[in-house]
Design a protein around this ligand. Structure first.
Ligand code: PEP
Ligand code: MN
Length: 368
């Protein structure tokens, strides 16, 4: 996938601040007192860059608290004025954007339920046309479709927004999981690979859904070199009007941030770099051998394909396939590596073998 977003990482808002960039604050702005008291304690931590608070809440079902609306924006503006802290909120349509800008919101984020809709994203991107000095953060869509996420960046980019960052908040699943939204780290990692210029902020609150999971998810994000964290923080979490289970007190947030190990992408330590270089050479050699072995395997697959064709036998023999899976998975177990991983690798190898054998069959049919 080609992504042409010339977001300059040096100019990018999320990367110019110290690392990690921290966004914290309640899931929702509930009352002026709740917002101000939370914000004061967050400011005292000395590590929070942006105060977050949801003003319009996308609730799964009606009749839940749907946010304080414009009234809440007045409280946010008051906090900004009194504490001198940047403020951020979720926007889901052009009217939200207009109001957020009117009350001086610095950071606008697009929620996961909105990123899934290209119509909604386009309308919002149009509303941002010509708006300068505002950061737009885009949460991943609720389902793990990288293209939709990228598409949202492209729409805002075309509208002239340059201060863009991604928020990884996990993905919906029907499978049983300890997470509220499964992290599926491969998706943000792939985003980082194809668009390294886009900073990525992790939202462990919406991934975990429980406050006990926030530290480990945050540490994992830091280990992967993410640029920041968005953590829901409430003066009295158990009494929160939305997402009570996943919010932490400002005090707990302070502990989490102190305990995090922040690793660097690289180091100038010569011994470390020499040793890493040696290990990487080993990996390069092993990978070459792996590809050579795959090529040897494919040559045998082709022979089998021709042999089956000449004897009028189907490409797929279920029993044989079943035996392969069992045997390779047992071998993985014996060698102490993840069995599921090995099974996944062989599924791919098998798919390619069948594809190649089908080609061989077809070649003869078209000749006949
Ligand atoms: C939120 O940040 O409070 C929120 C609604 O998040 P998400 O879009 O990730 O569900
Ligand atoms: Mn929330």
């Amino acid at each position: 996938m080609k992504v042409e977003l010339n977001v300059n990482p040096i100019e990018s808002w999320a990367k110019t601040n110290h690392k990690p960039l921290i966004i914290a604050g309640p899931c929702s702005a509930e009352t002026p007192e709740q917002l101000m008291s939370t914000a004061k304690l967050l400011k005292d931590l000395g590590k929070v860059d942006v105060l977050r608070a949801g003003i319009w809440k996308p609730r799964t079902r009606p009749n839940a608290f749907e946010g304080s609306g414009e009234e809440g924006l007045k409280w946010l503006a008051e906090v900004k004025k009194e504490l001198g802290i940047q403020i951020g909120t979720e926007v889901a349509n052009p009217e939200h954007i207009e109001l957020a800008l009117k009350y001086g919101v610095d950071v606008l984020w697009v929620g996961a339920r909105t990123t899934v809709s290209p119509f909604a994203i386009q309308e919002m991107a149009d509303a941002m046309q010509g708006v300068k000095d505002k950061a737009v953060l885009i949460k991943n869509p609720t389902h793990p479709e990288l293209g939709l996420w990228i598409g949202a960046f492209e729409r805002f980019y075309r509208a002239g927004v340059r201060d863009l960052a991604a928020i990884h908040r996990g993905f919906s699943t029907i499978d049983k999981s300890k997470f509220r939204n499964v992290p599926t780290w491969s998706i943000p990692i792939e985003l980082k690979r194809i668009a390294p210029q886009i900073p990525i902020i992790c939202d462990p609150s919406h991934i975990g859904g429980k406050r006990d999971l926030i530290f480990e998810i945050s540490q994992k994000a830091m280990d992967l070199g993410f640029d920041g964290l968005m953590i829901e923080t409430h003066i009295d979490p158990d009494k929160a009007w939305s997402d009570a289970d996943q919010q932490v007190t400002p005090e707990r947030l302070g502990e989490i941030l102190n305990d995090l190990k922040i690793r660097t992408q690289s180091t100038t330590n010569v011994d470390f770099n020499d040793h890493l270089e040696e290990l990487r050479e080993k990996i390069d050699n092993i990978d070459r051998e792996l590809v050579e072995t795959l090529a040897t395997r494919m040559a045998v697959v082709e022979k089998i394909g021709e042999y089956k064709r000449d004897n009028n036998v189907t490409t797929l023999q279920v029993k044989r396939w079943d035996d392969i899976m069992k045997n390779r998975s047992e071998l993985a177990k014996k060698l102490g590596i993840n069995e599921e991983f090995v099974v996944d690798v062989f599924k791919l190898v098998h798919e390619e073998s069948i594809r190649r054998q089908t080609e061989i069959m077809k070649a003869v049919e078209s000749k006949a």
